[in-house]
Design a protein around this ligand. Structure first.
Ligand code: NAP
Length: 256
């Protein structure tokens, strides 16, 4: 900051009393997004959705349950938000599945492809966020900027795929990216100030990345709090021309 200049407020392109829904608030990145927004914006109200009710959350967060593999659970979540809060400034879909510590793990070869893992990963990473959009996009604020953001991943970029492997996860995120682009086109017709994007958080120290952190170069593993701050800065800088794109944590656009 230059001496004498006031700090601009965190999330300054949104109302101070912003209303947020975070789907996947029990996850490493989802929890950090909730904690950072609640701490930096004491007047914010955060609807924190997870499969199990959360016990330790900030005072300005409300915990509630959701199951992405059950559409009526998603519809019920949207109805509760609308009744309690009305319109939303931001929605984050911070859920995701890469491995389950049992039989689902990223494929190293086409020989490991199996229908059950493919279907499960696509259900959680693609179908779930699409159904969240179906039920939550009509709740986005209309008279000011609003952002619907899904956590995607760089490995969902077809152009960027140089290493191969990780078939199901890559495919689920590539399909998610197409859903985001398509949503953005329709959304622009009904809510001209709403923005729909995908976000790549970098490699973040969470249970999702844990088994693969050995491949990360020293100093490149982000902590969830830092990753959330950078993602929120990206979201703060978004304008409607950005809708439909996939952004990396450093603000650069990831090619489809
Ligand atoms: N960490 C990274 O390095 C990294 C890199 C690139 C992209 N991403 C993306 O960032 C997002 C968040 O990842 P993370 O690292 O925070 O992972 P995480 O700590 O494993 O959190 C995953 C979240 O998804 C929820 N979830 C999984 N299946 C669900 C279902 N059927 N219904 C409802 N919730 C479900 C989990 O709920 P439970 O707590 O109930 O299991 C948890 O809240 C994901 O989309 C991931 O692909 C992460």
């Amino acid at each position: 900051m230059v001496d004498g200049q006031a700090h601009s407020r965190f999330l300054s392109t949104f109302d101070e009393a912003l209303n947020v829904a975070i789907i996947g608030a029990s996850g490493g990145i989802g929890a950090a997004l909730m904690n950072v927004i609640c701490r930096e914006n004491p007047r914010a109200r955060v609807h924190a959705f997870s499969r199990r009710q959360l016990t330790s959350i900030p005072d300005n967060a409300i915990s509630s349950t959701i199951e992405l593999e059950n559409e009526s659970s998603i519809a019920g979540a949207a109805t509760r938000v609308f009744r309690q809060t009305g319109e939303l400034d931001m929605v984050f879909v911070a859920t995701g599945l890469l491995h389950d510590g049992e039989d689902i793990e990223p494929e190293k070869s086409w020989r490991s492809l199996n229908a059950r893992s493919l279907e499960k990963i696509i259900r959680v990473n693609t179908v779930g966020p699409a159904l969240v959009a179906k039920h939550f996009l009509s709740l986005m604020k209309r008279d000011a900027k609003s952002v619907f953001a899904c956590l995607s991943a760089r490995v969902g970029s077809i152009e960027d795929n140089r290493l191969g492997g990780w078939y199901a996860y890559r495919a689920s995120k590539a399909a998610l990216n197409m859903i985001i682009k398509t949503l953005s086109i329709e959304l622009s017709r009904s809510n001209s100030r709403a923005i729909c994007v995908g976000l790549h958080p970098g490699t973040v120290n969470t249970s999702l990345s844990k088994p693969f952190q050995g491949n990360v170069r020293p100093g490149k593993l982000l902590q969830p709090e830092n990753a959330s701050m950078t993602l929120l800065t990206v979201v703060d800088n978004l304008t409607t021309v950005d809708s439909g794109k996939i952004f990396s944590w450093d603000g650069s656009v990831i090619p489809p």
